[in-house]
Design a protein around this ligand. Structure first.
Ligand code: SF4
Length: 325
């Protein structure tokens, strides 16, 4: 059984101007111990996909269709009460800017211990013990559990956030830009730590970022999102060495090649992502695509399998592909 199967997920937000289709027909799977990277520009649906999986959407957002199967159990059809029993034990999330998420007047270790008491019915003593174990797991001396957030550096606070996310031994952990606010050295350490824990604990991981270079070292496969849909999904080799979707190719061009001796200035992708309340007919990337043909503005491309683990949503790749459900 797959750890996670997301099938045709549709998450819409109600706004005063209509429904914004923030995630519109997203499908992917994840095995135990595997890491999937979700990448794309701001507003492409990465975080909404993560919040849908955890059922932590704000009140304006709603899963309107599809399935989120975690070990075969559909999260999308659970009541809030049922979700409360599963969240943190099955899936946990490290948010963007989580370093400021600790309550400044409570000891860091206690904030982790509280999660253990609430979700795992531990006694106070057991929960403190567990907080110490988790600190050691993420490379912080367990004696520091009694310290306050202001006594921790940025990197240590992020390690402590990871410890909190691991408190109930989840099967799936989602990192939403978990290293954005950190300097490059600490960023590398945190990514290494996440990778080590994923392998040791055989957890599934979804890593969300707008920085493709982070994913090449960390992930097994990558989903490139554009305007609420997956444009291309494949292994790291598929995406970096054999990209097929015009958007993936342009995204890769935005990152300078450190192995190249040529001086190339990345020129970005002209135009802006579409308004998701009224997205364009046909392919959503069409208004920005240099390879667009007449068909592209009229007909939405199917999500086709073009390799063993490689899927692309583009009319250019339609020949010879198989449709993926
Ligand atoms: Fe470009 Fe057409 Fe492919 Fe869309 S379907 S990415 S517009 S070539």
């Amino acid at each position: 059984m797959k750890l996670l199967e997301v099938k045709d997920l549709k998450t819409y937000f109600t706004t005063s101007k209509g429904k914004a289709k923030a995630v519109d027909g997203v499908s992917f799977t994840l095995d135990y111990g595997q890491c999937l990277g979700l990448v794309g520009e701001s507003g492409c649906g990465k975080t909404t996909t993560a919040l849908s999986i955890c059922q932590l959407l704000p009140k304006e957002g709603k899963v309107e269709g599809g399935q989120i199967l975690l070990e075969g159990v559909d999260y999308a059809s659970m009541t809030e009460e049922e979700i409360m029993k599963h969240r943190w034990q099955d899936v946990s999330i490290i948010f963007q800017g989580a370093m400021n998420a600790f309550n400044p007047v409570k000891k860091v270790g206690w904030q982790i211990a509280e999660a253990c008491i609430l979700h795992q019915n531990m006694t106070k003593e057991q929960a403190w013990e567990r907080a110490g174990e988790l600190f050691e797991m993420v490379g912080i001396a367990k004696e520091r559990v009694t310290q306050y957030p202001h006594e921790f550096s940025g990197g240590m606070k992020q390690r402590a956030m990871i410890a909190m996310a691991l408190a109930c031994s989840p099967k799936l952990i989602i990192g939403d830009e978990p290293t954005t606010a950190l300097d490059v050295m600490i960023q590398a350490q945190i990514l290494e730590l996440l990778e080590k824990l994923r392998k040791e604990l055989n957890m599934g991981m979804i890593l969300i970022t707008h920085d493709l270079s982070i994913l090449s070292e960390t992930c097994d496969k990558i989903a490139v999102m554009y305007a609420g849909k997956i444009a291309e999904l494949g292994t790291v080799d598929d995406i970096f060495n054999h990209p097929m979707h015009p958007y993936t190719k342009r995204l890769l061009d935005c990152f300078p090649n450190i192995h190249s001796t040529e001086r190339v200035i990345p020129d970005g992708i002209p135009g802006y992502p579409p308004n998701l309340i009224d997205p364009p007919e046909g392919c959503r990337f069409c208004p920005r695509c240099a390879e667009a043909a007449e068909r592209c503005s009229a007909e939405e491309p199917e999500f086709l399998q073009v390799g063993p683990q490689h899927f692309v949503s583009c009319h250019l790749c339609a020949r010879g592909g198989e449709q993926n459900g």
